[in-house]
Design a protein around this ligand. Structure first.
Ligand SMILES: [Zn+2]
Length: 191
């Protein structure tokens, strides 16, 4: 049911951006009437911020109003939250945030903890969503399929982190025991 509504009423957007539109069904009209209440009760999990829009998503951790209240230029309003992160991935670009937003928004934003890049990467690894070359192949993306480090075999996540001789040499150099992928946990890397 949710998919049907999405394809009919907000195919390009999220529920937060949906409107009643023309010729709505009875249920959809009812849903739209309670949408504002739903939105106020929802908080978007920003993750790495690439799927969250600064000006229209309810991403601020604030009970009264999770939306940005600053009057933003369109180009900033439509940008993703990830553009507010520092380039080295260590957290918010505080100077930029204070420059762009009013005091209330800036304070709320800077208090939102940002998961370090390495945590996001580990999560992607154990969730099998890293864009390794075998994954790109399954999505019909044309690319060289060999491991970009040893250039010998098909690049899979397990090869990159466990079987590749280059990776093994790196772990040894770092003093880590051999990495295994039993149970998909890439012990001891992720743990
Ligand atoms: Zn390799």
């Amino acid at each position: 049911m949710a998919r049907v509504y999405k394809s009919r009423y907000y195919p390009q957007n999220s529920l937060f951006d949906a409107t009643v539109g023309c010729n709505p069904s009875f249920i959809w009209r009812g849903l739209m009437e309670v949408k504002d209440t739903i939105c106020l009760g929802c908080r978007r999990c920003i993750g790495d911020g690439r799927g969250t829009i600064i000006g229209t998503d309810p991403w601020l951790v604030n009970v009264e109003n999770p939306f940005v209240t600053t009057d933003l230029h369109e180009s900033i309003s439509n940008a993703t939250v990830s553009s507010l992160l520092s380039e080295n991935g260590s957290g918010w670009d505080a100077e930029c945030v204070r420059d762009i937003f009013n005091e209330r928004d800036a304070n709320v934003i800077l208090n939102i903890p940002v998961p370090p890049k390495v945590k996001i990467f580990c999560w992607q690894l154990v969730s099998s969503v890293l864009p390794t070359r075998d994954a790109l192949l399954s999505k019909h993306v044309p690319c060289n399929l060999y491991c970009h480090m040893c250039e010998q075999v098909l690049e899979t996540a397990t090869h990159l982190f466990v079987d590749c001789p280059v990776a093994a040499a790196v772990w040894t150099r770092m003093g880590l025991p051999p990495v295994s992928n039993q149970g998909g946990n890439y012990h001891p890397l992720v743990e």
